[in-house]
Design a protein around this ligand. Sequence first.
Ligand SMILES: *Cc1c(COP(=O)(O)O)cnc(C)c1O
Length: 367
Amino acid sequence: MISSKHRPTMIQIDLEAIRNNVRQLAAQLPEKTKVWAVVKANAYGHGAVAVAKSLVDHVYGFCLSNLDEAIELRQAGIEAQLLVLGVVPLEALDLARRFKIQVTVGSLDWLSQAVSLGKDLSGLALHVKVDTGMGRIGFRQLNEINQAIALMQDQGMIFEGVFTHFATADEADGSYVEQQLTRFQELLNGLIEQPKMVHASNSAATIWHKETIFSAVRLGDAIYGLNPSGRNLEMPYQLCQALSLTSELVHVKQLAAGCSVGYGATYQAAADEWIGTIPIGYADGLTRDMQGFSVLVDGQRCEVVGRVSMDQVTLRLPQPYPLGTKVTLIGQNQDEVISVQDWADYRKTINYEVVCLLSDRIPRSYD
Ligand SMILES: *Cc1c(COP(=O)(O)O)cnc(C)c1O
């Protein structure tokens, strides 16, 4: 998708905030723990190439969800370790090998099929994913893991890592994390060979379950300054939200009492009201359920009135503001702040989804 530059709607990313967040998280880790920065899904909407470039000297490597995301970083000149967390299609494995991208083995079946294609996979580095309770990809049986290790060795592949993923690390009750950890430990103890690295902790496990930390951690949400638990658990230290989203008033008019606004004519001005329009809509990730949310104009909260359109939304303004007046949808405007979490709360979802859904149509700028 082409990003819309001739439109005053933009996302500002504070790369220094991301670097500081990584530094702060890393400072709490046992010495020598490696940090994978998770930059899948365009770095949770923050821009994968820019974020990765700004972190190359601060982390061990980057996790992506698919091969194309990893190749994007390689082609941008990033030489750090790259790991694809999802299942790579067998026919794309030579690409992974060519670009020196590490991949996940999610099952013995997948590995056997890869081998039976007869391609040269020597030197390809693999991480064995163990399903200790997520129920998605990953091995559940020790004997299958050991068969996979033997097969990799036989084929000249590199047994680089073993990892698992927690389902409830962002919740107050730690019992399921404990169960998963016990299972993981049992499987690790039975391996016929130890890999170069073992990793289990996402942001939440790293922050609230230090007992899950092995030789590396995989940090996503928290490096962007978001609380992975939403408002469930308190952060032990302050991180800084890196993303802000702004637009400008492109139209301001007074509507007489009783006049309607937007599709469905769902809103009627209660009195003579100033209505401003900003050029952003559900095609940008400001979804229709944001009707009624408030954004910031001149340090004041102004309600989104009427339906959210594809490319425009309308605000009730306390007074007529000039065209070009800045509107802050996420971030600080004078003394007021709107957080990604505020959007998530309003939409009854998680902060992850809010940032991931901000469309590529919105240009990202970096400082
Ligand atoms: C996305 C992902 C992470 C990062 O999770 P956060 O909660 O964003 O830190 C870590 N591991 C795996 C397997 C993932 O898919």
